[in-house]
Design a protein around this ligand. Structure first.
Ligand code: GLU
Length: 293
């Protein structure tokens, strides 16, 4: 199958070193395979979207020479598709009226969120149904573990039910959740290969669960280490923006296990990297210190 890759940033700030690494890895894997590379703005979470950030990201990608194919997709314009998918999941979903506070005592998942204890599985309790706020919609998960092989991180097994719990597809504020939107869009855009940061490795089993319920294909997955500071904290959007003029490209390549000779122009560097892209060199870690940024 012809390779189709994608980069799917959330426009909550400019690209920083960590998101540059994800974009670069995805782009190189795609170009090395002679594939098409699509761009999708994940701008559903409007309260977190920063005006102008989407355009800034597009300009940054252009400045780095990471050219994409076709028109940029915006999730905010595709909500009809998410509504259709939700309808197809009827029978596997239920309304949930639990507040954050009510879930505070639930067990912690590996990513620091709460494992949903299934409070509303058997139906909304009267006092929850009577609340003003519309309920969220959750997916009823199963006990069977989901297994997949990540091209860098290796064999992964996750029981979504016990490790994550029934997860949210529509939030109480009416916004479609990332997990649903990403699955619908990856399939609609014909994505064969997802290459992204390992902070999303633990989301993958949820996404495969949804793909199976919706009868959609599962792409190949490759999760690159997340860039952290020396204290082990993920670089955030507060970190300075990635800069094409500052050698960030060479540093991002180094982070991915590639050491180019010095003296290349950025364009030459990318050409060299496409030729020499080697997944086996990517450190098989979920997180890696990225040096001072
Ligand atoms: N929009 C997500 C983020 O910026 C990435 C989604 C994905 O690559 O699946 O973290």
């Amino acid at each position: 199958m012809a390779y189709v890759g994608r980069f799917a940033p959330s426009p909550t700030g400019p690209l920083h070193f960590g998101s540059l690494v994800a974009a670069l890895a995805s782009w190189l894997d795609c170009r090395h395979a002679g594939g098409r590379w699509l761009l999708r703005m994940e701008d559903l979470d409007q309260p977190r979207v920063i005006p102008g950030a989407a355009d800034t990201i597009l300009r940054q990608l252009q400045a780095f020479g990471l050219e994409w194919d076709g028109a940029v997709e915006y999730q905010s314009r595709r909500t009809g598709r998410y509504r259709d998918a939700l309808r197809r999941l009827e029978g596997f979903t239920y309304p949930c009226g639990c507040t954050r506070r009510e879930l505070e005592d639930s067990a912690l998942a590996i990513d620091g969120s709460r494992i949903y204890p299934g409070t509303c599985r058997a139906g909304l309790a009267k006092e929850k149904a009577a609340r003003q706020a519309p309920p969220a919609v959750r997916l009823r998960t199963g006990a069977d573990p989901v297994r997949f092989t990540d091209r860098v991180q290796g064999a992964i097994t996750q029981s979504v039910e016990s490790e994550v719990g029934d997860f949210v597809l529509v939030r109480a504020d009416g916004i479609f959740a990332y997990q649903l939107a990403v699955v619908v869009d990856d399939a609609a855009q014909g994505i064969t290969d997802v290459v992204r940061g390992a902070d999303l490795l633990d989301s993958t089993a949820r996404q495969i669960t949804l793909q199976r319920l919706l009868g959609l294909p599962t792409p190949r997955y490759l999760h690159v280490p997340v860039a952290t500071n020396a204290a082990g904290e993920k670089l955030s959007k507060q970190t300075r923006a990635a800069d094409a003029a500052e050698g960030d490209l060479a540093r991002a390549l180094e982070f991915l296990g590639m050491n180019a000779a010095h003296g290349y122009s950025p364009r030459e560097l990318l050409g060299w990297a496409i030729q020499n892209w080697d997944v086996a060199r990517i450190p098989r870690k979920r997180a890696l210190i990225a040096g001072p940024y």
